[in-house]
Design a binder for this molecule. Sequence first.
Ligand code: PHE
Length: 334
Amino acid sequence: MLETIEKLRTQALAEIAGAASLRDAEDLRVKYLGRKGELTGLLRGVSEAPQDQRPALGKAANELKIALTTALEERTSVLGSAESAAKPAEDLPDLSLPGRRPPKGHLHLVSQVTDEIIEILGELGFQVATGPEVETEYYNFDALNTPDDHPARDSHDTFFVAPGTVLRTHTSPVQMRVMERCKPPVAVVAPGRVYRVDADSTHSPMFYQVEGLLVDEGVSFADLKGTLMHFLKRLLGGNVKVRFNPHFFPFTEPSAEIHVLWTSERGGQTQERLLEIGGCGMVHPRVFEYAGYDYERYTGFAFGMGVERIAMARHQINSIHHFYEGDLRFLEQF
Ligand code: PHE
């Protein structure tokens, strides 16, 4: 058996030295050292040899294994560098090319428009206020002059979390939370998410509103209109066409709906339509009563606007659902 080992050594080393390519070298590795290779078979044979010969045989076989492994490694490295040197230049990476840049994110369109609204109103002296999204019925409805049996509750299809607790249907509850904390004059802007059981191309079960509230002595509807026109011209351009429709809200009197003229694609045609972007009005005396304000002395205005609707009017976006699908082809345009 020792002889077999010696013969294998001579033969294998000669073949390895003669390997002409990395492929050949790999084939030889399999031939001798692979699971079914010749040397592997030989190593197994050692255990069947007579007891007194086993140590010597084992030693010789192991030495051969090391010798072949080393020879293969050396040959592979020589062949490897020769092969890569022989490669034509165009197959090699061009190290002077710039690296791949990871794409850079940016603020979502809703955040961008919200930030702009806060900035414009901030210049007018409005301060940011916030309130909880899980709200009590008291703040969402009762304190806004909308008692339990009030028909206006029907117009807000409400998500109930628990008895007496709702997902706020508008940002108007922040008005009351602010008035409870601060004495007039107050001027706040309250951005945030609101929820309604509602879904079509201009409605989503969750959307963003921005609430405005200004209370002082001698505030009039003209102040409301002037503020809103200034703000809408800044956001939608000086030529924006706005319509104030008489409307009803329990917490403002008089009240109006705000519409803007927008162009949108529908069925391949460009159409001009009126888009309702929010509601507004003069704060109802009952609301001041709930807040503990003297309604003989103070007047105020409030408005609530849909952020997505404003973005839709500004960028001719025809469905509110584009905002929430997370499709980068849409989001990256802004
Ligand atoms: N909260 C009203 C809504 O979401 C909008 C509104 C706000 C109306 C403030 C008047 C004053 O429908």
